[in-house]
Design a protein around this ligand. Structure first.
Ligand SMILES: [Zn+2]
Length: 298
């Protein structure tokens, strides 16, 4: 994975302008003639012509917004970029003539990488604000600050920072075969890489070894980091890993994995080429797709 092949939801490359977020500076940014804002409603974004439909932030005055109000995403070159989470679908849809609200998962297949990265960042931040209205230290109402990149408790003065939850997602490799699994809630025939949250006190490498043993009973070695993906559902950092095993016998934890199988490169190549439809793999905007593709090229 290189910078020329950005994974979905990465690559927005905004200047977060963390030292330009005083109240006066934010007012100046929102009043700037070139300032623009993207519009979200319940995880859907306003789009037109295959791109985010952006509006001047001042057009939002008087509209019904969710917490935290205006979210300053940062600077795109010299363009201040804001995001707004609308409370009413009709109000959001009317902001740009001919634009429509589309779920971010559907947009992951069509938006330009930069737009998708901005939308993903906005969704993760809005989701964090919605779930962290109260101070975890004293229980009082907390308030957004610095354009919505943190919250502060006015009662006990604690600063709260957006959560990013680390997840390992791994290709378990035995010779020319890879292990893929199916979660209980997935349809028949859908397979992907095993994955799990990193626990406190654990490295990603240790998490790979633990998760694979817990889920399918295999001992793996040599976990190696490959590349990662911000995943805004709601705020994971997916860390793609490869690991090895000499074992083949599976002991499934059926609460987490209802089915797991070894697949040869020939089989997965057939799935990739569309000549084998016995299983289907994750869509191209997922890190699992990119990991499987990287394994095929090994
Ligand atoms: Zn507090």
């Amino acid at each position: 994975m290189t910078k020329t092949t950005p994974i979905a939801f990465a690559g927005a490359s905004l200047d977060l302008a963390e030292d330009q977020r005083s109240a006066a500076q934010l007012t100046d940014f929102s009043n700037a003639k070139n300032a623009r804002a993207l519009i979200m409603h319940h995880g859907s974004f306003l789009v037109k012509g295959g791109a985010l439909a952006l509006v001047p932030p001042m057009d939002i005055v008087g509209k019904h917004l969710y917490d935290p109000g205006p979210l300053f995403l940062g600077l795109d070159g010299d363009t201040p970029l804001f995001a707004f989470s609308f409370a009413h679908e009709e109000e959001a849809a009317k902001m740009v003539s001919g634009a429509t609200l589309e779920p971010i998962r559907a947009l992951a297949l069509s938006l330009p990488p930069k737009d998708l990265g901005m939308a993903g960042r906005a969704k993760s931040l809005f989701d964090w604000h919605r779930a962290h209205k109260f101070c975890a230290n004293c229980g009082a109402d907390s308030r957004p600050q610095h354009g919505g990149i943190t919250r502060k408790c006015p009662s006990c003065d604690t600063d709260h920072f957006p959560r990013v939850n680390p997840v390992v997602i791994m290709m378990v490799i035995n010779g020319d075969n890879v292990l893929l699994g199916r979660s209980p809630e997935w349809p028949e025939g859908a397979f992907s890489a095993l994955a799990g949250f990193v626990s406190p006190g654990e490295t990603p490498e240790e998490a790979v070894i633990r998760e694979v043993f817990e889920e399918v009973g295999l001992n793996v070695t040599n976990p190696v980091y490959k590349f990662s993906q911000p995943w805004p559902f709601p705020g994971q950092l997916m860390m793609g890993m490869f690991c090895q095993t000499d074992e083949t016998k599976l002991t499934l934890n059926t609460k987490e994995v209802s089915e797991a199988r070894w697949f040869s490169k020939d089989t997965i190549r057939g799935v990739w080429n569309g000549t084998d439809d016995t299983i289907y793999c994750p869509p191209p905007f997922t890190i699992a797709y990119n990991l499987i593709e990287a394994w095929l090229k090994k």
